[in-house]
Design a protein around this ligand. Structure first.
Ligand SMILES: Nc1nc2c(c(=O)[nH]1)N[C@H]1C(S)=C(S)[C@@H](COP(=O)(O)OP(=O)(O)OC[C@H]3O[C@@H](n4cnc5c(N)ncnc54)[C@H](O)[C@@H]3O)O[C@H]1N2
Ligand code: MOO
Length: 410
């Protein structure tokens, strides 16, 4: 059987990073930066006041105390955005607001709280050191400095930095368009009644939203039955709208495993068994003239969920322009035993991971969900981690130290 690592690297070989596009700042939110961004001007661009108060020469107020305040004439009023006051004479001051340009001649700002707040003259009760409450030009970013590197995901903080250096648009990798198609004759749309032998379809909803949470454009194509003709037509249609097609179901050994039947004939899609539990039957490849990548996941809902995190996320990272990165991994102490794990396959158990302040060098506990079957969705929602049981290990006692992969936070 193929290793998890080999399958990830095979999938990465069939997906590629797209050409960058230029997007308006707000539309760039959630995409990945494709260019280094430098500050064309220093930030702040000019010396300015950090407080509402009075721009003074520090020497003029050096003797000020509550008992013997210093009184200065107020010769100007400088709101933020007003650069008309270029200088103040010695022995005078200007009322100044936070963010307003510091006039030449001033070397300190006295906060209004240290004064009587006067408008024509002001009485200063406390001395200010030179530089007090002044934000110097370039004290945030010097001119020409790189403020963002390519490969970062653009969140609100990055948007703030981009806007603050004056960028209205930015070069980013387009969000991958991920089309999700489920298969299975037994499936029924949620909201509709189910009959004997039927279940409500859940995988396409899960996979579409997981792709969206991973920063992609997710499109749910819904589901099709087990007719090869219908699957073929739907896959062909999906290709026109997709940078990646994800299917669920129909990849195992069943007589009606239609994804396997159809895609095996349609391109370079390979179907293999990966040494993993859940998620053993897997497929990947490219389809159609444009060689659109396809990843075929097993239909069991837990298998599809775990497979998404192990095999699809790395592909989405690459297609999004992100560097490769594993799910964050911590060591955790098991709160319940692992009674049976298949020899020769690496198990990923859904578990609740908790920080354990008393744990010493093992700072987490992990409680595997009681129901670990590939069809048992009930433990999935509360699980925040996957406990890794290595291929050669078949059971683990309580207290064993294991590796736990943290699932993306919701
Ligand atoms: N003889 C063998 N049988 C099976 C093997 C095997 O190696 N030999 N592998 C088993 C494993 S492991 C898995 S995983 C499943 C994968 O099967 P398929 O990918 O072909 O999936 P289906 O047969 O279509 O469905 C499996 C299961 O999941 C339910 N399902 C499917 N799609 C959805 C959906 N969109 N939403 C909710 N539930 C879904 C489906 O009803 C089945 O119960 O094969 C094993 N068999
Ligand atoms: O490998 Mo299957 O994914 O157990 O259910």
């Amino acid at each position: 059987m193929k290793s998890v690592e080999q399958h990830v690297s095979d999938i990465l070989a069939v997906v590629s990073r797209p050409e960058p596009i230029e997007l308006d700042l707000l539309r760039a939110h959630g995409t990945v930066l494709a260019e280094p961004v430098a500050a064309e001007v220093a930030l702040p661009p000019f010396d300015n006041s950090a407080m509402d108060g009075y721009a003074v020469r520090a020497a003029d107020v050096a003797a000020a105390t509550p008992q013997s305040p210093v009184t200065l004439p107020v010769v100007a009023d400088i709101p933020a955005g007003d650069s008309s006051v270029s200088a103040i004479p010695a022995g005078c001051c200007a009322r100044i607001m936070t963010g307003a340009p510091l006039p030449a001649g001033a070397d300190a700002v006295v906060p209004v709280e240290w004064t009587d707040g006067g408008v024509a003259t002001v009485s200063v009760r406390r001395a200010a050191e030179p530089g007090n409450a002044i934000r110097r030009a370039g004290s945030d970013v010097v001119k020409g400095a790189e403020v963002l590197s390519p490969g970062v995901r653009i969140g609100p903080a990055e948007i703030a930095v981009l806007a603050a250096v004056g960028r209205r648009s930015v070069s980013v990798y387009p969000r991958p368009r991920v089309v999700v198609l489920a298969t299975g004759e037994e499936l029924v749309e949620p909201g509709q009644p189910i009959g004997p032998g039927q279940i409500w379809e859940s995988n396409s909803f899960m996979l579409t939203t997981a792709a969206i949470e991973a920063g992609c454009e997710g499109y749910r194509y819904g589901f099709v039955g087990d007719s090869p003709h219908e699957v073929l037509a739907t896959v062909k249609d999906a290709l026109a709208h997709a940078d990646l097609v994800i299917t669920s179901g129909g990849v195992s050994m069943g007589a009606y495993d239609v994804v396997k039947q159809v895609l095996q004939r349609l391109g370079t899609v390979r179907f293999e068994k990966v040494a993993v539990q859940p998620g053993m039957p897997q497929g990947y490849g490219t389809v159609g003239e444009n060689r659109v990548p396809v990843i075929t996941l097993p239909g069991n809902p837990v298998s599809a969920y775990v497979s998404f995190h192990l095999f699809v996320l790395p592909a989405l990272r690459k297609m999004s322009g992100l560097p490769q990165e594993q799910l964050p991994s911590v060591r955790a102490r098991l709160l319940a035993p692992v009674v049976s794990s298949p020899r020769g396959r690496r198990s990923y158990l859904r578990a609740v991971l908790d920080y354990d302040a008393a744990g010493g060098d093992v700072a987490y506990t992990a409680l595997p969900a009681g129901k670990q079957g590939s069809h048992q969705l009930s433990g999935l929602a509360e699980a925040n981690a996957l406990v890794v049981v290595p291929e050669q290990v078949t059971e683990l006692p309580v207290g064993s130290v294991v590796e736990a992969l943290q699932l993306p936070r919701r």
